[in-house]
Design a protein around this ligand. Structure first.
Ligand code: FES
Length: 578
């Protein structure tokens, strides 16, 4: 029998075997509070705010599997008192700077306290006082707000297999810490930000650069160019109450112009440029047979993961810079020349769904003539904060277009935001480069979807085959890399994105609470929006983008040319320490 019958608050209900009491109750419209539980990430039952009464016992409902005949009480005095006591204990040692906390209004501890009608903190006594860790350019840690739920540890260790943070010490001194309590910047953290997405409170946030960008905009000597990654446009609306999966491309362009940026460009153009360079690189490696599989390098979390964990395979990484770095390099060379502006007076700001892009933006390898290709990286959340600070009525903005010439991208560049997108975009171009003929195939569905590892073999028009693997989530990437090291797997091309689902669920995207993220299929909804944006384009192949053709004709010559290598390619080296 695949179902069981249980009684919740006197009402009999039949549920699928294996369902937790928390899920069963929520399906019945009973909203049991929870904090430490995060589906697929943390099942530690440590916070106890989700307790229910089963017979004489109080049991955490988040990990309690419902059994046939079970009688559950969710709303007795004993249950309410126990939940309030647990929440009060958490609040007693929580830095309650809610007014200035970036998670104010989107804090699960705040919501739980409100739902339990806690109006004052009754427990007083010793407070942990811990300094914030600002060492990382991507992530800020504030242990004084940490409630030790362990969700970040699950995201970093269990899901991503990075293990940069874990529980340390005992009792009242317990903290989430890096190895030996070192600053985060001196750890193996890859900056993916999945710990931020898992954190229910403000203990983990992005390293904000909002003031830096406002300062650049206000500087009369700076020409400030902004670019936005494809995944931002399908998530930004959530910060303004729009449903998950709403496309807001035109509103976003309009908002960026109102914020005061001099030019509003699209990283999708940079993605098209990446395809031109990486597609050519793939064909050349297939011919030479060297450094196969070619591994994508657009994801900075994955690149740093490689530097730490698989340094002997760094030559397999594509030498291409990531799309926003390519776009930045073109702004400070090609575009600066067109406008006759000193590139030193240009500030490039990237709006990214990703915290690791902040680390990437500051890398020495991604500069030219002592100028960083990108000066500042803001997350989707930071862009939303700027729009709110400026008082812009985002939802009612009229759609506007991006600027030219670096603001027009193809559908292929757009789908970079979802797992499989880079592979599909590359195949659309590589097929035609090999055959010299327009091909009917646009959509390669084999590389789409949310399976953690997607393998596929495609036959090129000249008879050669490409064995591809599309991987998302660093835990999956590690498993595949280890299988390759054991000789069990081999490929010609590998696309890897550090975050499950790809950039659409990056560490800089809007944060949903645990209940909403288990109720909604966020990955699927945002991916659907990305693919619908592709379908709406008239140009859906990178090499058909007229502005890409113009860039090569006027400036770069041809893909992988000497100038292209100088400006658009880089290399990475092993990290022996951090
Ligand atoms: Fe169930 Fe924390 S113990 S949510």
């Amino acid at each position: 029998m695949n179902t069981v019958k249980i009684m919740i608050d006197g009402v009999e209900t039949e549920i699928v075997k294996g369902t937790t009491v928390l899920e069963a109750a929520r399906d019945q419209g009973i909203n049991i509070p929870s904090l430490c539980y995060l589906q697929g990430v943390n099942h530690s039952s440590s916070c106890r705010v989700c307790v229910v009464e089963v017979g004489p016992r109080l049991i955490a409902s988040c990990t309690l599997i419902a059994e046939d005949g079970m009688k559950i009480q969710t709303n007795t005095k004993k249950v309410r008192d126990a939940r309030r006591t647990s929440a009060q204990l958490l609040l007693s040692d929580h830095d309650r700077e809610c007014l200035s906390c970036s998670r104010g209004g989107n804090c699960e501890l705040q919501s739980v306290s409100n739902s339990l009608n806690i109006r004052e903190v009754t427990y007083t006594g010793e407070h942990s006082s811990r300094e914030k860790d600002y060492s990382s350019p991507a992530i800020v840690r504030d242990a004084s707000k940490c409630i030790l739920c362990g969700r970040c540890v699950g995201a970093c260790g269990t899901v991503q297999t990075v293990g940069a943070i874990g529980f340390a010490k005992r009792g009242f001194d317990t903290v989430i810490s890096t190895a030996f309590g070192r600053p985060l910047a001196e750890s193996t953290c890859v900056n993916c930000g999945q710990c931020i997405m898992a954190c229910p409170v403000g203990a983990l946030t992005e390293h904000e650069n909002i003031r830096d960008v406002w300062d650049a905009i206000a500087d009369p000597d700076q020409y400030v160019v902004v670019q936005t990654a494809p995944a931002v446009r399908v998530a930004l609306g959530e910060e303004f109450g729009l449903p998950v999966g709403t496309r807001t491309t035109g509103k976003m362009a309009a908002a960026l112009r109102r914020l005061g940026f001099n030019k509003v460009f699209d990283t999708v153009f940079g993605a098209d440029l990446t395809i031109m360079e990486e597609g050519t690189e793939l064909l050349s490696r297939l011919s030479s047979g060297q450094n196969l599989p070619l591994m994508t390098s657009c994801c900075p979390g994955w690149v740093k993961f490689m530097e730490h964990n698989f340094p002997d395979m760094l030559d397999n990484l594509s030498t291409c810079k990531s799309p926003h770095e390519m776009e930045g390099a073109m702004v400070k060379s090609y575009f600066a020349g067109k406008l006759g502006i000193d590139p030193q007076k240009i500030t490039v700001v990237s709006i990214m769904p990703c915290t690791a892009k902040k680390f990437e933006g500051a890398r020495e390898e991604l500069s030219n003539k002592d100028m960083q290709d990108v000066d500042w990286v803001l997350t989707t959340r930071e862009l939303a904060a700027m729009i709110k600070e400026a008082g812009i009525d985002f939802v009612n903005l009229k759609d506007e277009e991006f600027d030219n010439p670096l603001g027009v991208g193809s559908g292929a560049g757009t789908i970079f935001g979802a797992t499989g997108g880079v592979s599909e975009a590359a195949l659309r171009t590589v097929f035609e480069l090999v055959s010299g003929q327009p091909l009917d195939t646009i959509e390669y569905t084999a590389v789409r979807g949310m399976d953690g590892i997607k393998e596929n073999t495609v036959e090129l028009p000249d008879g050669r085959t490409i064995r591809t693997a599309v991987v998302h989530g660093l835990g999956n990437a590690r498993r595949l890399m280890e299988a390759m090291q054991r000789g069990e797997k081999s490929y010609d091309f590998m696309e890897v994105m550090a975050c499950a689902g790809g950039c659409i669920t990056g560490g800089g995207q809007p944060i949903l609470n645990a209940a909403d993220s288990s109720r909604l299929d966020v990955k699927a909804l945002r991916a659907k929006a990305i693919y619908s944006e592709d379908e709406a384009q008239t140009v859906r192949k990178s090499h058909h983008n007229p502005f890409i053709k113009q860039l090569y004709a006027e400036f770069l010559g041809e893909p992988n040319s000497h100038l292209a290598h100088e400006l658009l390619h880089t290399h990475y080296t092993a990290r022996t320490k951090y």
